[in-house]
Write a protein that binds this ligand. Structure first.
Ligand code: BTN
Length: 259
């Protein structure tokens, strides 16, 4: 990988790579070797972009998407770190609403949808900073910006999309990145001020699953079906099963059940 540019975007030191394996992997290393809070790692292309669940990849062709990772040392206790993922999803939505005049939806915990298909995802990872007794958080975001609709083939055709495919308009990635960063900064500041309830209110307004039948695999691998009640006050997903029991889901993959 070659860093071709380093500079600043507002308060953020930026390192830009034409190609790298995964910006999250780079950010995790750099967070352990003194990169300051707010450092942004951006790549035009990833050869090993990672999704949240084990073994999933994030397709990251050059010239068409935004693939970046933000290194943070938030003033939050570690049990609040998962809230960063929800806050980042909301930030991404708000940036798209303001910048591209579209109406994205959110799927718990970390997916951004346009017209029922996924166009972006978030991968939040933590890194204990050696010797410092401190934890850095890396928020990785992948957004399909200018990928043409025809590029989504096979099973992706019904599942994945891009801003271009949904709006018909190509988007300049630089200004979009700046808009997303500004919203991310606001969201992190709100969390640090203890304003998660307000973030949740706005998150729930964009929740694409709330009130629908969903299913997910529990820790024993059993598939459970129920009505999604949306995230609770801690950010865990509440699902009411057919016997009326409430399940609190901490992580996993939720899908719409056949209704
Ligand atoms: C998901 O939907 O499962 C999360 C996808 C996250 C993809 C982004 S692209 C930039 C950053 N680097 C990675 O390897 N993954 C994240």
């Amino acid at each position: 990988q070659t860093m071709i540019l380093s500079g600043e975007l507002g308060r953020h030191p930026v390192q830009f790579f034409t190609s790298t394996g995964s910006t999250n992997d780079l950010a995790l290393i750099l967070s352990n070797t003194g990169a300051p809070d707010g450092t942004l790692i951006v790549a035009d292309n990833q050869t090993a972009g990672r999704g949240r669940l084990a073994g999933r990849i994030w397709l990251s062709p050059p010239g068409t998407g935004l693939y970046f990772s933000l290194i943070l040392r938030p003033r939050l206790s570690p049990e609040d770190f998962p809230k960063l993922t929800l806050a980042a999803g909301l930030a991404l939505c708000k940036a798209l609403e303001g910048h591209s005049h579209c109406q994205p939806g959110l799927k718990w915990p970390n997916d951004i949808f346009l017209h029922g298909k996924k166009c972006g995802g978030i991968l939040t990872e933590t890194q204990a900073v050696s010797g410092a007794g401190q934890t850095a958080v890396v928020i990785g975001i992948g957004l399909n910006v200018n990928i043409p609709a025809e590029a989504f083939t096979g099973e992706l055709r019904s599942k994945a999309t891009s801003l271009l495919a949904e709006t018909g308009i190509p988007h300049d990635r630089g200004p979009l990145l700046a808009a997303i960063l500004a919203e991310l900064d606001l969201a992190v500041a709100r969390l640090e001020q203890g304003d998660f309830p307000a973030i949740l209110t706005e998150w729930r307004q964009r929740d694409i699953h709330a009130g629908h039948q969903v299913s997910w695999g529990n820790t024993q691998g059993k598939i459970i079906t129920g009505i999604s009640l949306g995230p609770d006050d801690e950010g865990f997903l509440h699902i009411r099963d057919n016997q009326g029991r409430i399940h609190s889901v901490i992580s996993g993959d939720i899908s719409l059940a056949q209704e």
